[in-house]
Design a protein. Structure first.
Length: 115
DNA sequence: CTAATGACATTTG
DNA sequence: ACAAATGCCATTA
């Protein structure tokens, strides 16, 4: 049986490059209100991007299995946190074309609606 | 089983 | 607008 965390990852994988979603939205997609637990899931994310972990390739995970945890932000448009450093999160997002102004993201432009 | 922990969200001062 | 307090849920010790 799939754990709650794995469900989070499954949903998050739908978010395309250049878009972002929120912890709350993921919880809602799972018909739940456990956005707090979603944050924990991202923190423990075993499928993190190699680039996000500050290391080049070398792992055996397929890109289709990777979870874009850097595309998850707070519901108010702020960045939230990141296991391997918030700065890395910013860098990844910008490299995907997401504009970040004043440590915030315009949800009207970049929010990807689930479900 | 009970208590503690977070990459959150909302309400209140 | 900002900071603190409260509520929240799955996971882990």
């Amino acid at each position: 049986m799939k754990s709650f965390y794995e469900k989070c990852y499954a949903v998050l994988r739908k978010v395309p490059k250049g878009k972002v979603t929120t912890y709350k939205e993921i919880a809602r997609a799972l018909n739940s209100k456990a956005y707090r637990a979603v944050g924990t899931a991202m923190n423990k994310n075993p499928y993190a991007f190699p680039a996000a972990r500050g290391r080049a390739g070398g792992d055996s995970l397929k890109s289709s299995d990777l979870v874009p945890c850097h595309r998850v932000i707070n519901s108010n448009g702020e960045l939230g946190g990141f296991a391997s450093g918030l700065k890395n999160k910013i860098k990844l997002l910008k490299s995907e074309g997401v504009e970040i102004s004043n440590n915030k993201i315009d949800l009207k432009k970049y929010f990807f609606r689930l479900r």
